[in-house]
Design a protein around this ligand. Structure first.
Ligand SMILES: Cc1cc2nc3c(=O)[nH]c(=O)nc-3n(C[C@H](O)[C@H](O)[C@H](O)COP(=O)(O)OP(=O)(O)OC[C@H]3O[C@@H](n4cnc5c(N)ncnc54)[C@H](O)[C@@H]3O)c2cc1C
Length: 386
């Protein structure tokens, strides 16, 4: 990491501390139990200028790039308060910054700098899943230039809290394109657009945000809802998705460090045989291994972020970082559970409560098998099996 980044990170750390001192893990879990949005936390994040990070100063943002965004996510997660809407909005707006018109940036990005507007991201469909090319949600262009959008998305996180939905949809059905990667477009629409409805899914991942099935029933979209070029949404999407991998890696890393720190504190104190259990290598080695894995994943993640910020191809590093970070955090939480013994399963110790989210981040937003496919196919040049 460059000295510039070190300076940036310490400024971010200080600003995040201004949020998490007030809106801590207890507050976050209280919101989770009550099923309410952590609105106060987002307000304080906005006051600290954190939502403006990651957007170039020329566009009214505070700069700092993806490196700063990842740092916010990691620090907030280390405190046990991962800000999901911040994460979604931060990576979704990358497509608009890079491919939107000045008017779209004014309308859709500027209000996110103060958290007046936020975005959720809708790509997953019931029958397509990992295979996004098989998506069926269709936006048909009308003679007057508007689009009519119909289809269903599932697992859409924070769909009830975000003011806007960034949706990936087909503008040409898969059966009518030469390559299945063609005919896919990105739109952004206000969540309360007529024809949009949603139902909460039953996912308990110990977070204040829920996932939703979202239906689009002949939703009329003005032509300026389209981001970038019609049918060429895939490349715009990858600007958001590479950013997403880095932000998600930072998210899971922060939680991994939190689990590890809790385990280390417990291992120093707990002494059923007289000596602290942390003196037994059966306990300390899994924790030491997790520490090594977390540090390696973190270094890779900041390398990916810096590449992205320099405008270089960051896909390889971003994919590796997401893979390593989610596996390292999983190792950390598993070791933390083992270290805590039975008390890990008492929700009051707040160990088992870290598990579902860390485990999910090996599956979502992109499962680790697909990342290994990416590494095998794109980096090693091995043939695809699917
Ligand atoms: C808590 C949570 C939040 C989410 N939030 C969002 C969101 O905000 N927006 C959104 O659009 N989606 C969201 N998702 C959806 C998530 O991105 C998908 O669950 C994920 O991409 C996997 O898709 P799937 O569940 O359909 O799995 P499937 O495609 O059915 O795959 C199942 C399993 O098969 C394996 N697999 C699949 N394909 C391959 C392959 N080619 N090679 C090897 N193995 C393979 C993997 O192990 C995978 O886990 C969320 C999911 C969860 C659980």
């Amino acid at each position: 990491m460059s000295p510039d980044s070190e300076e940036l990170l310490s400024a971010v750390r200080e600003a995040v501390a201004g949020v998490t001192k007030k809106w801590d893990r207890t507050y976050y879990m209280d919101c989770t139990r009550r099923g309410v949005a952590p609105t106060e936390m987002y307000e304080t994040m906005a006051q600290q200028g954190l939502f403006a990070l990651g957007v170039p100063e020329a566009l009214g943002g505070a700069g700092g790039g993806l490196t700063a965004t990842a740092a916010v996510m990691e620090e907030m997660s280390r405190a046990g308060t991962p800000p999901m809407l911040f994460s979604l909005t931060s990576f979704a707006r990358q497509s608009i910054i890079r491919h939107g018109t000045p008017e779209q940036i004014r309308r859709l990005v500027e209000p996110t700098l103060t958290a007046q507007q936020s975005m959720c991201f809708a790509i997953t469909e019931p029958d397509a899943g990992t295979n996004s090319f098989a998506m069926q949600t269709l936006a048909r262009r009308q003679d007057d230039g508007t689009y009519v959008l119909s289809g269903q998305k599932i697992f859409i996180s924070g769909a009830d809290q975000a003011t806007h939905i960034m949706i990936v949809a087909r503008t040409t059905p898969a059966s009518e394109v030469a390559k299945k990667s063609e005919g896919i477009s990105i739109f952004v629409l206000p969540r309360d657009t007529p024809g949009v409805s949603m139902t909460a899914m039953n996912i308990d991942w110990k977070a204040p945000e829920r996932q939703f099935s979202v239906w689009f029933d002949n939703v009329v979209l003005p032509s300026d809802s389209l981001i970038g070029v019609e049918g060429k949404g895939l490349s715009s999407m990858f600007d958001s998705l590479n950013a997403e991998r880095v932000v998600i890696a930072a998210w899971t890393l922060g939680l991994g460090y939190l689990a590890l720190n809790k385990a280390v504190s417990y291992a120093r104190e707990r002494s059923p045989w007289g000596a602290p259990i942390g003196s037994y290598q059966g306990v300390s080695h899994p924790l030491a291994r997790a520490k090594a894995q977390l540090e390696a994943a973190r270094a890779m993640n900041y390398r990916a972020a810096e590449r992205f910020d320099r405008g270089e191809e960051a896909g390889d590093d971003a994919n590796i970082a997401k893979y390593l970070a989610s596996e390292a955090s999983y190792a950390a939480v598993d070791a933390a559970i083992q270290t805590h013994g039975g008390s890990a399963f008492d929700e009051d110790s707040d160990v088992i409560t870290l598990f579902p989210m860390i485990r999910i981040l090996r599956v979502a937003p992109l499962n680790n098998e697909m990342i290994l496919n990416y590494i095998a196919n794109h980096m090693l040049g091995l043939p695809r099996s699917y």
